[in-house]
Design a protein around this ligand. Structure first.
Ligand code: GDG
Length: 746
């Protein structure tokens, strides 16, 4: 069983105000979610702040109780630390920005220092109790520096990070004075998880914009470390709701509420009283509804606003505004018997919450921005409490909640459009039973299946399978003899060679980089060797055919899209996917950048489009290219493409094609017992990732790489090829000659 140290700002227990007060297990989304973790696979230990400032003389005793009775490790914080790290940096600068609110962001150096110090305190506590093969799972924006701190101190630890809030567009996060430190901090993790693919995309684009780090769809390499990125939409603890809905206490509460609002339809809102939840906008929509709907007098709006972050100024102001607005609207629209808004400014017990979810006719969940929003899912889980007379309600859900990407059968609204929300209320309250049932059935199935245990297990399993740290390729010269020996002993060897930057240095114009006499000589020698040669390039078929077509090599063009066997004239396709609808918009945006970047050119290939800027003014063009990549990420979020920022090129290509897949195709066909893959840029990394014991991978030139070996540049690599071509073949090799693709005379 694996030990998982689960690190979050708050421990899942709450201490009383004195040392002798009882300790209570706290409730909440994260606590509930983690209760679903598979106990056979993982042993969970919690580490975090116990929620109150504890005198030094009591810390030891409380620590022991928490450890022995609750398997919790406390991180004690002083009053000043709580102020700077929690109320300050976390809730007054990070929370607003992560929720697109630049105006509310307040930053101070003192808060930052407290944030660094507290993250370090957490790191020390983790290091004191973690063994090297334990897993550390860090949660949320309070601890963004922790992954890097842990990696530096103990590189062998597996560290995962999950962000419960949105990750905003790079335009927003760059407002934070410590943006680079924060992103670097997260990149210390082996796996970084988000609720939605948009948050993941924003994170990638911010890493590029702010740290110049290129990434692939689900990985970012920084230094010699690879962070995987993943989308893990959090679910609810469905089991705890199923259980609650069977308890007699639940039914008693339910009946009490039903009697209380017997002649009313109930519209329910539940959340912490946070500006991101859109309460003031919602009240505007409610007022619009009350002013215009004939149903208004038959509806009660039950509005639960749980107190939160009362120490932060913006939250105090929000509370005052909401209380003022509720009072004003009730004053205007109340009758002697009835007030339209029933506002509860406190947390209510779980049983009461479930009863409200169950009897609500409509849940009005309209945050302005929300990482996921569990309330929407909890409402759905409670709608089937009476299966015999299944009469479900309707969910009205903001399009800016992460949950909207999953709960497609809700009425999805723009929370800034009060008329649309008011109209949706009207529609929900008059929706026919059959439609309500159909919508709710689909969502219930999803919410109950993809619950919190699915989320937690999914994250932890992916973290466990994360590739070990990226070893830097070893310098080739030391290993040349080993490689030559390995090839000589092979019965069926093959070379997969990239062209530009590997066999031939770059020229200003790509069409000028044709094979010179030296290279032709090496090709001739290789042609006469007993090794299968594959030239695997991003170049179009026509170029390879024109310059390499006479050699007995297999030519693989367009990053693995098409190939031509030795001695044949026809090109064949390695890819049957024909979805290229993304190409025209990509060419359009390339053209736009062409106008403002003199010297660039656009190359259209069958399955990719390339923007070359080799001939442009380098500093300006690099800046434009970064901007272009950023726009492409925004534009192509859901398209089946990969965006690659290579050596003076930006290339968008279909994800169904890469060099690695092409290599796998030929390995499977020919049963090679030794292959060498060599290349210089990002697209070659897909070859280096091929899972085969036969693989020897060589990176040409500088830069991070997954390759096993590195060689300084084109010239030393050609020398190696020359030595390879001079090898005497393995005695068994000749007997298999007839099975090899037929070679032409050099
Ligand atoms: C963050 C992200 C993301 C609320 N009132 C009462 C009560 N609650 C419980 C609900 C629910 C939880 O609090 C609220 O969860 P949300 O997801 O709606 O929102 P945040 O607290 O902002 O959580 C959010 C979440 O993390 C998980 O990743 O979805 O986007 O902001 O579970 O039931 N519980 C009780 N009484 C109440 O009055 N008992």
């Amino acid at each position: 069983m694996k030990k998982v140290i689960n690190v979050a700002n708050r421990l899942p227990v709450t201490l009383g105000s004195t040392a002798s007060s009882p300790i209570r297990k706290s409730s909440g989304g994260l606590v509930a979610a983690l209760e679903g973790v598979n106990n056979d696979e993982f042993q969970l230990q919690s580490l975090g702040w116990p929620g109150v400032v504890v005198d030094e003389q009591n810390q030891q005793a409380i620590s022991s109780t928490l450890k022995n009775d609750y398997d919790c490790i406390p991180v004690f914080l002083s009053e000043d630390e709580v102020d700077g790290y929690y109320h300050g940096l976390s809730n007054s600068s990070l929370w607003p920005l992560l929720h697109y609110n630049r105006v509310y962001m307040r930053y101070s150096e003192a808060d930052w220092q407290a944030y660094v110090a507290v993250n370090q305190k957490f790191a020390n506590a983790v290091l004191a109790s973690a063994q090297d093969d334990d897993i550390v799972w860090v949660h949320d924006y309070h601890l963004m520096l922790l992954p890097e701190m842990l990696r530096k101190a103990r590189p062998a630890l597996k560290v995962g990070f999950f962000l419960h809030t949105p990750f905003p567009s790079s335009e927003i996060i760059r407002c934070h004075p410590r943006r680079t430190e924060l992103i670097r901090g997260l990149l210390g993790a082996d796996l970084i998880g988000f609720h939605t693919s948009s948050y993941l995309r924003h994170f990638r684009s911010s890493a590029l914009q702010l740290l110049g780090l290129e990434s692939e769809m689900t990985t970012i390499t920084s230094g010699n470390h690879v962070s995987s990125l993943g989308v893990f939409p959090i679910g609810i603890n469905s089991g705890s709701f199923e259980q609650e809905l069977k308890r007699p206490e639940f039914f008693d509460t339910l009946v009490e509420y039903q009697n209380n609002w017997a002649d009313k339809k109930i519209v329910l809102s539940v959340e912490r009283l946070d500006y991101s939840k859109g309460l003031l906008r919602r009240l505007e929509a409610i007022e619009t509804f009350l002013a215009n709907s004939e149903q208004a007098k038959d509806v009660v709006f039950v509005f639960i606003g749980v107190p939160t972050r009362g120490e932060v100024k913006e939250y105090q102001e929000l509370r005052e505004k909401i209380e003022g607005e509720v009072g004003r609207i009730n004053g205007l629209y109340a009758s002697v018997q009835h007030s339209p808004i029933h506002f509860i400014h406190q947390s209510i017990p779980f049983t009461a919450l479930c009863a409200l979810y169950s009897i609500a006719d409509v849940a009005l969940v309209t945050p302005l921005v929300d990482g996921m929003n569990l309330v929407a899912k909890e409402f759905i889980a409670c709608q089937g409490y009476h299966p015999e007379s299944y009469d479900p309600g309707v969910l009205i859900l903001s399009e800016f909640a992460g949950a909207a990407q999953e709960l497609l059968n809700a009425i999805i609204v723009n929370p800034y459009d009060k008329l649309e929300v008011a109209n949706s209320l009207e529609k929900a309250l008059t929706m026919p039973l059959a439609e309500r049932q159909e919508r709710m059935n689909y969502m219930t199935a999803r919410v109950m299946q993809f619950d919190s245990s699915h989320w937690a297990d999914g994250f932890l399993m992916q973290l466990i399978s994360h590739r070990e740290k990226l070893p830097q390729p070893q310098n080739m010269l030391a290993n040349e003899s080993i490689i030559l020996q390995a090839l000589q002993q092979a019965k069926r060897p093959a070379l997969f060679l990239d062209y530009d930057g590997t066999l031939r240095d770059f020229e200003d114009k790509p069409e000028d980089a044709t094979p010179d006499l030296h290279l032709k000589g090496i090709f001739t020698q290789l042609a006469n060797s007993a090794i299968d040669i594959f030239i695997i390039s991003g170049r179009p078929a026509s170029f390879l055919e024109q310059w390499l077509g006479d050699y007995p090599f297999t030519l693989i063009a367009e990053h693995g899209n098409r190939y031509r066997l030795p001695g044949e004239s026809d090109w064949q396709s390695l890819n049957n996917n024909t979805d290229h609808n993304w190409k025209n918009p990509v060419v359009d945006i390339f053209r736009l950048y062409e106008g403002s970047t003199p010297g660039c050119t656009i190359e259209e290939k069958q399955t990719s489009v390339v923007w070359h800027y080799r001939q442009c003014e380098p500093v300006y063009a690099k800046w434009k290219a970064n901007q272009l990549v950023h726009d492409l990420y925004d534009m192509l979020g859901n398209s089946p493409v990969e965006i690659h920022h290579g050596k003076r090129i930006v290339e968008v290509s279909s994800i169904h094609i890469n060099k690695g897949r092409a290599v796998e195709h030929f390995i499977n066909q020919h049963n090679y017992d030794r292959i060498i893959c060599a290349g210089d840029d990002q697209t070659d990394e897909t070859m280096f990732r091929v899972e085969s014991d036969a693989l020897i991978s060589i990176k040409i030139g500088e830069g991070d790489s997954l390759a096993q070996h590195r060689i300084a540049g084109v010239i030393p690599f050609l020398n190696l090829l020359q030595n390879i071509s001079n090898l005497t073949p393995h005695p068994d090799q000749e007997q298999e000659q007839d099975q090899l693709p037929q070679k032409l005379a050099g």
